[in-house]
Design a binder for this molecule. Structure first.
Ligand SMILES: *[C@@H]1O[C@H](CO)[C@@H](O)[C@H](O)[C@H]1NC(C)=O
Ligand SMILES: *[C@@H]1O[C@H](CO)[C@@H](O)[C@H](O)[C@H]1NC(C)=O
Ligand SMILES: *[C@@H]1O[C@H](CO)[C@@H](O)[C@H](O)[C@H]1NC(C)=O
Ligand SMILES: *[C@@H]1O[C@H](CO)[C@@H](O)[C@H](O)[C@H]1NC(C)=O
Ligand SMILES: *[C@@H]1O[C@H](CO)[C@@H](O)[C@H](O)[C@H]1NC(C)=O
Ligand SMILES: *[C@@H]1O[C@H](CO)[C@@H](O)[C@H](O)[C@H]1NC(C)=O
Length: 429
C-alpha cells in the first residue's frame, strides 16, 4: 500500500527526543495507524453504500440451557463459576474455546448492514474457524446473547454507540445480531455521515452510531487529514455531544486515532491566531485532557437515573507478528488460530493509555461501566479483516491479497470478535 504520507520512521525521527511511551509500541501503533487512516479515509467517503434491502435468513431461537450443558461437559464434578455480574466478573481472565457447532447469528451476506470493509467472507476469506470460538471467563458464566431479550431491554429506548470505526463495527455487529428477528416492514436503517440510526419499529427502539473518532472535536472528523495536519480540540466536545442528549444507553470508545505518534497537535481555549496556535502535547497527556473534557460533559449533562454510560476499552492491533512468536510472519496475515498463551499481551495495546481511561473514569460523578474487551481481543490475531477488505473504496485484488503487507490488522471481520464485545455489553445492561 503506498501512502502519500511521511513514513512512520520519519515520524519517529521527527518526534525523537521525548519518549514518554515505549518506542516500539508507538512504532507499531504508527504502522497500524496508517492502515487505519487509509481505510478510514475511504470509508468515511462512502458512508451510504451499505443499505442493500434483502430479506434475512431466520434462525432458530437460542436454547436457554446451553450454559448448563457446557458446564457439564467442561467440568462434570464442580463448577463454582457464578452468574455474570459486570462488577464482579473479571472479563480479562478466561479462554477462547473452539466449538464447531457454534454459529454466529448472522453472516455478512444475511445481514444487509455489514460494511464491505468488514465482510470478510464475501471478500473471499477461505477459512472459517475464526467464527466458532466462544469466550469463556474463568470466574463466571457469560450469558449467551439472546436477541429477543435484548430487544425487550431496548423497548422504548435509544442506544447510541459513539466513537471510531471499531465502534462502528461493533454497532453493525449489534444491529445484525438482532435485526433478523424483525420483519422487513418493522425496521429501518438510516445511514448518515456522522449519525446513523437503526430502528426496530414495533419495539420503538433504536440502535444508533455517532462518528467521533476522538470523542472531542478535531479538524479531521469528517474530511480525514494526514496525521501531521491534524489538530485536536481537546477542550471541545459540544458540537458532537449535542447529539448524545436524551439517550438511554451511551456507549463510548476512543483509542487508536490518538496513536499516530508520540505527540499530538492540540488546541484549547480561545487562541487568537486560530489553528496556528496549537500546542504539541505528549500523546497520553492529550488523551487525558480529551477524556476529561468528555468526562466533564457526561458529569454535567447525563442524568444517571435515566441514562447508563459504558466505555469500551481499546481494541488491540496485531501488526507485529513477532509479538506472538511468528518470526517469519507479516502482521496478522494468514493467522487462523488465536494465541493460546495465557495473559498474552502484544505491542498493539498500550497499557499506559488504558490507565488514563481508568483514572479519568474513576473520578467521574456519573458511574461509567468499563467494558474491558482488550485482553480477550488480544488473543484473537485470527479475527482481523486482514486482506479480505477494501482499500481506496475497492476490494483488494487477488494480487494485492497475496501481499501480506496489505493486511488490515486493526479492524475485525463480521461476524467475529465484536459479537463477543456485544455479548458482554448486553449482559452488563
Ligand atoms: C458447542 O456448542 C453447542 C451449541 O451451542 C452446544 O450444544 C455444545 O454443548 C457445545 N459443546 C461444548 C463442548 O461446549
Ligand atoms: C418511543 O421511544 C421514545 C424514546 O426513545 C419516547 O420518547 C416515545 O415516547 C416512545 N413512543 C411510544 C409510542 O412509546
Ligand atoms: C436520582 O434518583 C435519586 C433517588 O430517587 C434522587 O435522590 C436523585 O436526586 C436523582 N438524581 C437526579 C440527577 O435526578
Ligand atoms: C523462518 O525462515 C527461515 C528462513 O527462511 C527458516 O530457516 C526458519 O526455519 C523459519 N522459522 C520459522 C519459525 O518458521
Ligand atoms: C497463506 O495461506 C494461503 C492459504 O492457506 C497459502 O496458500 C499461502 O501460501 C499462505 N501464505 C503464506 C505467506 O504463508
Ligand atoms: C482491562 O483489563 C486489562 C487486563 O487484565 C487490565 O490490564 C486493564 O487495566 C483493564 N483496563 C481497565 C481500564 O480497567
Amino acid at each position: 500500500m503506498s501512502l502519500a504520507t511521511p513514513s512512520p520512521v520519519a515520524i519517529m525521527k521527527y518526534y525523537r527526543g521525548k519518549l514518554p511511551l515505549s518506542v516500539l509500541t508507538l512504532a507499531v501503533c504508527c504502522l497500524a495507524f496508517f492502515t487505519l487512516w487509509y481505510t478510514e479515509r475511504i470509508s468515511s467517503l462512502s458512508p451510504g453504500s451499505v443499505f442493500r434491502p434483502k430479506s434475512c435468513a431466520r434462525k432458530s431461537p437460542i436454547t436457554k440451557s446451553i450454559h448448563k450443558t457446557m458446564k457439564e461437559i467442561e467440568n462434570p464434578d464442580i463448577d463454582d463459576r457464578f452468574e455474570f455480574d459486570p462488577e464482579e466478573c473479571n472479563m480479562a481472565k478466561g479462554k477462547w474455546v473452539f466449538n464447531s457447532s457454534i454459529t454466529p447469528l448472522y453472516t455478512d451476506r444475511s445481514c444487509p448492514y455489514v460494511d464491505r470493509q468488514f465482510s470478510c467472507i464475501t471478500n473471499g476469506r477461505p477459512d472459517s474457524d475464526y467464527r466458532h470460538w466462544e469466550w469463556r471467563p474463568d470466574e463466571c458464566t457469560l450469558p449467551k446473547f439472546n436477541p429477543e431479550l435484548v430487544l425487550k431491554k431496548l423497548r422504548g429506548k435509544r442506544m447510541l454507540l459513539v466513537g471510531d470505526s471499531l465502534q462502528r463495527g461493533q454497532w453493525e455487529s449489534l444491529v445484525c445480531m438482532v435485526e433478523w428477528l424483525i420483519p422487513q416492514d418493522q425496521k429501518s436503517m438510516k445511514r448518515g455521515r456522522r449519525h446513523s440510526v437503526f430502528k426496530a419499529k414495533e419495539y420503538n427502539a433504536t440502535i444508533e452510531f455517532y462518528w467521533a473518532p476522538f470523542l472531542v472535536e478535531s479538524n479531521t472528523d469528517i474530511h480525514v487529514l494526514e496525521a501531521k495536519d491534524r489538530i485536536i480540540k481537546v477542550d471541545s466536545v459540544e458540537k458532537h455531544a449535542k447529539s448524545w442528549v436524551g439517550v438511554d444507553f451511551l456507549v463510548f470508545n476512543t483509542y487508536v486515532w490518538w496513536m499516530s505518534g508520540l505527540t499530538l497537535k492540540t488546541l484549547w481555549g480561545s487562541f487568537t491566531n486560530g489553528q496556528e496556535g496549537y500546542e504539541v502535547l505528549d500523546t497520553p497527556v492529550a488523551y487525558r485532557v480529551g477524556l476529561k473534557t468528555w468526562a466533564n460533559w457526561v458529569d454535567s449533562n447525563v442524568n444517571p437515573n435515566r441514562t447508563r454510560v459504558f466505555f469500551i476499552t481499546m481494541s488491540p492491533t496485531h501488526t507485529r507478528s513477532a509479538d506472538w512468536g511468528n518470526i517469519n510472519g507479516t502482521k496478522c496475515f494468514n493467522e487462523t488460530r488465536p494465541v493460546m498463551k495465557k495473559k498474552y499481551w502484544g505491542t498493539g495495546a498500550n497499557k499506559g493509555m488504558m490507565s488514563v481511561v481508568a483514572s479519568v473514569v474513576e473520578r467521574m460523578k456519573v458511574p461509567v461501566t468499563l467494558v474491558n474487551i482488550t485482553q480477550l481481543s488480544e488473543y484473537r490475531i485470527d479475527g482481523h479483516t486482514s486482506v479480505y477488505t477494501e482499500t481506496g473504496g475497492k476490494l483488494l485484488t487477488e494480487e494485492q491479497k497475496d501481499d501480506p503487507r496489505n493486511a488490515d490488522c486493526i479492524h475485525w471481520c463480521l461476524p467475529g470478535v465484536p459479537d463477543t464485545w456485544n455479548q458482554i455489553l448486553l449482559a452488563s445492561l
